[in-house]
Design a protein around this ligand. Structure first.
Ligand SMILES: Nc1ncnc2c1ncn2[C@@H]1O[C@H](COP(=O)(O)OP(=O)(O)OP(=O)(O)O)[C@@H](O)[C@H]1O
Ligand SMILES: [Mg+2]
Length: 389
């Protein structure tokens, strides 16, 4: 009867992008071609599930509204190749009437390969990434717009690809051409990019550290989509749902979706529905967020987290070192790596706390996950569903 408005998962834009208005208006300024803005080159970072990808989507939408050309890529080995041989030629063919009339004449049905070879005649200079991007910018400028290069999932393994693209963009930026670049990744990957040779350009880029949502933003992110789809949520239920999410966007959507689908035939979403939703969403956190985050860590890093999980709140770094049987200096290395990976935060000197909601509880319930990363939380969701319904 009612379609579920919530979007649990990764990379799927939520019905209401809460708490990012101020940021988005910075980018709107860029696309409006107002005063020169530092957001012309920006690096977006934040923990897993905080909303980097959907922010990039929203930035791209803002650019499209101003008729900008979008060059989007998820970083992986081979991205530059794909851009040069496939995506940029396709965009150029779409936009460059000259290239089409002059080079594609005589081709009845231009296949992708055909287009590539025709266009490489038109853009013969090496490196082609630069020349194709420059031509796209030229075409966009002619209609009073520009080109946005939007790159997701910056990772250590693909820094070479990032470097190639960054160099091309940097040339254009230096000439004050209408180009903007935004790249997103988890803190450890962005830190690696900032340290890498040939990427010093990013050190001057605008750093955007995405935070979890405030309580007010969280309430809005839950209540507004429900209201817009013609249902209601009572105040205690809304309060419970918002607080249980801890403002973590992934959980906001996950709890919202499950509360919505609990009893779709009744108009009001009650505390019962939310209670059920929170249990299921918490159990699913293990599989979706926590185990994947643990997988990228070393055994020692995971020991550090296990030692932290003994505390109910922030842990003293000295106590954690002692529990691990490590020197303060050695435990400090683990701590630095975990901070970098966006897994822990340092609320004050000498203290360390979990950054990802539910991680403490998950490690207590499934300490073996810290050793092996064995998925067990999925089974848990079935047990939960059996107990309540
Ligand atoms: N501002 C927001 N308001 C409401 N929901 C949001 C917001 N930002 C993100 N979400 C939701 O949170 C979830 C995770 O978002 P997203 O995939 O963008 O995270 P991410 O930071 O890219 O994660 P990863 O590091 O794994 O790539 C999605 O379900 C998305 O709809
Ligand atoms: Mg993402």
């Amino acid at each position: 009867m009612h379609d579920n408005p919530f979007r649990p998962g990764f990379g799927i834009s939520p019905p209401m992008l809460a708490g990012r208005d101020a940021l988005l208006s910075e980018w709107r300024e860029v696309f409006r071609l107002g005063a020169w803005s530092p957001y012309r080159a920006a690096l977006v970072t934040g923990m897993r599930g905080v909303g980097k990808t959907v922010l990039l989507n929203a930035v791209e939408d803002a650019a499209l509204e101003r008729d900008w050309t979008i060059v989007h890529g998820t970083l992986h080995v081979g991205l530059v190749e794909a851009l040069e041989h496939d995506r940029l030629p396709a965009k150029l063919q779409e936009q460059d009437p000259e290239a089409v009339t002059r080079d594609v004449t005589g081709l009845t049905v231009p296949s992708v390969g055909g287009v590539t070879s025709q266009l490489s005649k038109r853009y013969p200079r090496e490196p082609r990434l630069e020349s194709m991007l420059a031509r796209l910018v030229e075409l966009a400028e002619a209609r009073g717009a520009g080109v946005l290069v939007s790159l997701d999932e910056v990772a250590r393994e693909s820094l070479d690809e990032l470097r190639r693209i960054a160099i091309a963009v940097q040339h254009l930026l230096r000439e004050d051409r209408r180009v903007a670049i935004v790249a997103a990744g988890v803190p450890a990957s962005i830190a690696a990019a900032l340290e890498a040779d040939g990427l010093t350009f990013f050190r001057r880029a605008q750093q955007v550290r995405l935070d979890t949502l405030t309580l007010a933003q969280t309430r809005q992110a839950i209540a507004e989509p429900i209201r817009q789809r013609g249902r209601t949520i009572d105040e205690p239920a809304l309060d419970r749902a918002a607080r249980a999410s801890e403002g973590y966007p992934f959980l906001v959507q996950s709890i919202g979706a499950r509360a919505w689908e609990y009893q779709t035939h009744v108009e009001e979403i009650t505390t019962d529905a939310v209670q059920h939703a929170v249990e299921v969403a918490y159990a699913a956190m293990g599989e979706s967020v926590i185990v994947p985050a643990l997988r990228g860590l070393s055994g020692r890093d995971r020991d550090y987290l296990l030692a932290m999980s003994e505390d109910d709140g922030p842990s003293s770094t000295a106590a954690v070192a002692e529990r691990m049987g490590a020197s303060l200096g050695n435990a400090g290395k683990q701590r630095a790596r975990l901070l970098d990976a966006g897994i822990v935060v340092a609320p004050e000197r000498g203290l360390v706390d979990f950054a990802i909601p539910r991680m403490r509880d998950h490690l207590r319930a499934h300490p073996h996950d810290a050793q092996l990363g064995l998925p067990t939380a999925a089974r848990e969701t079935f047990r939960d569903a059996g107990a309540t319904g």
